[in-house]
Write a protein that binds this ligand. Structure first.
Ligand SMILES: C[S@@+](CC[C@H](N)C(=O)[O-])C[C@H]1O[C@@H](n2cnc3c(N)ncnc32)[C@H](O)[C@@H]1O
Length: 312
């Protein structure tokens, strides 16, 4: 394996020929909110209806899922949103999976002129980043995959760090994620939602968060394609527009997903409904757990629509 920067290693190991995400379905390696429950898609469907109203019910309403995995969220949304005006499109580096519904589009890039909702759950944490570390003189240098320090970080990266992550020994420079997010939204009208684990300026980790996952376990990140390579997202640097940044727990509660258990009396009168609601309460509890998925961030950004109207 050639020694390289971590950004190059992520590009090659995750998305190169036979890369981790080209080979592996994300759901086979770790559990995201999209895998836990259809409650997430129910919440997204509520957002879709609000954005649809804010856009005046256009003839075609795009629902674009960036980093769609194997299309799990879109398949679930497809069932919940049966109106043929809704056009569902996955944006994925991995090939179109066999068996996915024929009316779900599968593209490599966000098409120009989308109108509706863009969603990206746990995409940005996999967008390659430069990992930087301070040398003995305090200069930010690129960390290489063999643990040594490479060249100095370029001026734009130094600038980004100065603004967004000034205090660190090791950090992941969010510039590439900011650019990826802004490029994805460039031609979009409506709302965009990024859901990811991350941090904000008041709580950046001093040593960064670069790590790996394989087969459901957190492992050291390997530059050879044998593990996922990920780092938490600097969520507050992404948006240049009108936006709301809120925890998944608060976002789901605002959309009516509370995790409340059904009353025990229901077990006597309608045991099937009681069981159904009990299972849903368990799933909602997992999605809103502040120490787990509920601690993820929701960034909602409006493009030509008032975010407050879609997410009051
Ligand atoms: C962690 S998985 C998340 C899958 C799914 N969204 C979920 O929440 O379960 C990240 C996905 O993003 C895809 N991905 C990463 N960069 C991408 C890009 N630039 N364009 C399209 N897909 C990308 C990967 O192939 C992978 O399937």
């Amino acid at each position: 394996m050639p020694v390289s920067t971590w950004r190059e290693a992520m590009e090659r190991a995750l998305y190169g020929p036979d890369g981790f995400f080209v080979r592996e379905a994300p759901a086979s390696q770790f559990r995201t909110s999209a895998h836990v429950s259809t409650l997430l898609s129910a919440a997204v469907a509520t957002l879709v209806h609000r954005v649809d109203a804010a856009l005046g019910h256009p003839d075609t309403f795009d629902i674009v899922d960036i980093g769609a995995g194997r299309g799990e969220l879109l398949e679930s949304l497809r069932i919940q949103l049966s109106d043929t005006r809704f056009r569902l499109t996955a944006i994925e580096i991995a090939d179109r999976p066999a068996g996915i519904s024929a009316d779900i589009g599968w593209l490599r890039e966000v098409p120009a002129g989308t109108r509706g909702l863009i969603v990206a759950t746990e995409w940005l944490d996999n967008v390659p980043v430069d990992v930087v570390r301070r040398d003995g003189a305090g200069v930010a240098r690129l960390l290489l995959t063999d643990g040594t320090l490479g060249p100095e970080a370029d001026p734009e990266t130094v600038d980004w760090l100065g603004t967004w992550w000034p205090d660190f020994e090791q950090a992941e420079a969010g510039l590439t994620r900011d650019r990826a997010w802004r490029a994805a939204l460039a031609g979009h009208t409506g709302l965009a939602l990024a859901v990811d684990y991350g941090h904000t300026k008041d709580q950046r980790p001093f040593f960064g968060t670069l790590t790996g996952y394989r087969a459901g376990r957190q492992v050291p990140p390997a530059p050879d394609g044998s593990t996922d390579i990920t780092a938490h997202v600097a969520m507050d640097s992404l948006s240049t527009g009108e936006s709301v940044l809120i925890s998944q727990r608060d976002a789901l509660r605002a959309l009516g997903i509370t995790g409340a258990r059904p009353p025990l009396s229901l077990a006597g009168t309608d045991p099937r409904r009681y069981l159904r609601e009990l299972v849903a309460a368990g799933e909602a509890a997992e999605l809103t757990d502040p120490g787990g998925l509920g601690g993820h961030w929701w960034l909602l950004e409006g493009r030509g629509v008032d975010v407050a109207r879609c997410f009051p």
